[in-house]
Design a protein around this ligand. Structure first.
Ligand code: NAD
Length: 370
């Protein structure tokens, strides 16, 4: 398979879709690579590293894409980039939360097959391709570091000659991939951690990480298709908020990660809840891009509301580009192996359950939503 790796163009995006280590591995299976010069540099991979891994490094996107059967990206390409893509090629990329509709005319015109990597089904067989999980793992970890850096307290208990410092208290809302990683990271840094999720399975996972469980009873009915949470009704959400209200003033920082696929994120902390937190408390709202779990969160911004610092980072995994790229790259490797024919070509089988879930377009034709 002729595979191209291009430089990411979204502002602040430092990841790269394929790292040299993966290029070398796939190269051993006979796949050939063209890499745009500088594509990996912000993720710690130099042109020389790619060359050593067996790739051809070329200047500019157009040269990298020339003759490619498959090209890999982290973030959705611009229209201009799509226009430069080889007709009939396959693009493996995240598509993002914004509507893909503006891309459709160019995808059709260039007969491009767009594999939207966020749509990897949450099944065991596809786990190695799951970019949402790999990037959420990094984001959950980094969210705790952002909170720790903002907080006017240390996280661990410290017993010193100058007295004993109590450990910081963390509350993690939503215990999926990012939330569980946030719980584990906060615990490692010595904080006392509590978690909450609507799903009963998540409750067990919160407890198994040594955190306590707060809020209303988690329920088996809260889980819908694919292991995701179902959307709660307004009444259920009001109950959740009321139950969480008692916990908020007792915590120094809050990491919010609750999401429902295809929906606005549920509001779990309203203005009153935020005001009940002590001044200097910190909120990191990882759901900011889909509307936020906390009233007043602004995507990509740091705001202070009632004395509480509220961060709404977007694409947080991009701020840990080396390891985020390494994991993303292994996801893309698994996808390439899934798509490769015995002869080394690319086969897009719309009947295959994993491939069909990913198809945003097949040779330019839209294939419907997730
Ligand atoms: P997500 O990002 O969609 O949501 C994050 C968390 O928010 C979830 O745990 C969800 O239950 C929770 N949530 C939603 N609404 C809430 C509310 N009102 N209040 C509190 N919490 C709320 O989820 P995710 O991290 O992508 O994981 C979703 C599920 O998929 C999990 O069960 C996870 O274990 C599973 N998973 C399976 C695989 C696999 O088998 N391949 C891979 C990854 C994840």
């Amino acid at each position: 398979m002729r595979i191209a790796v291009v430089r990411e163009t979204a502002p602040g995006e430092a990841r790269v879709a394929l790292v040299p280590e993966t290029v070398q591995r796939l190269g051993r299976a006979g796949h050939r690579f063209r890499v745009e010069s500088g594509a990996g540099v912000r993720a710690g991979a130099t042109d020389a590293d790619y060359q050593k891994a067996g790739a051809e490094v070329v200047a500019g996107r157009t040269a990298a894409l020339e003759g490619a059967e498959l090209w890999a990206r982290v973030r959705r390409p611009t229209l201009a980039e799509l226009e430069a893509a080889p007709t009939g090629s396959v693009l493996a990329s995240m598509v993002g939360v914004e509507s893909p509709d503006p891309l459709l005319p160019v995808l059709a015109q260039r007969k491009l097959t767009f594999l939207a990597l966020e749509r990897v089904p949450r099944i065991t067989r596809a786990q190695s391709m799951d970019v949402l999980s790999s990037q959420a793992t990094v984001a959950g970890y980094k969210a705790v570091l952002l909170a720790a850096a903002e907080l006017g307290k240390v996280l661990p208990m410290l017993t010193t000659a100058a007295g004993t410092l109590a450990p910081a208290r963390a509350l993690i809302l939503g215990a999926g991939v990012a939330g569980l990683q946030a719980i584990a990271t906060a615990r490692r840094l010595g904080a006392v951690v509590a978690g909450f999720d609507v799903r009963a399975a998540a409750r067990e996972q919160v407890l198994s990480l040594g955190a306590t469980f707060v809020g209303p009873e988690a329920s088996a009915e809260a889980e819908g298709a694919g292991g995701y949470a179902k959307a709660q009704s307004e009444e259920e959400l009001a109950t959740t908020r009321a139950a969480l209200a008692a916990a908020l003033p007792q915590h120094d920082f809050l990491i919010a990660t609750a999401q429902v696929p295809g929906r606005r994120a549920p509001i779990l902390v309203d203005a009153g809840g935020l005001a009940s937190m002590r001044p200097g408390s910190v909120v990191v709202d990882l759901a900011a891009e889909t509307g936020g779990n906390v009233a007043g969160t602004r995507p990509g911004e740091r705001v202070e509301i009632s004395g509480v610092v509220v961060l709404g980072p977007v694409q947080l995994a991009a701020t840990v580009p080396v390891h985020a790229s390494q994991m993303y790259s292994r996801n893309v490797q698994a996808l390439v192996e899934h798509l490769a024919t015995k002869e080394g070509g690319v086969r897009i089988d719309p009947e295959d359950p994993i491939t069909s879930a990913l198809l945003l377009t097949l040779q330019g034709q839209p294939r419907g939503g997730p």
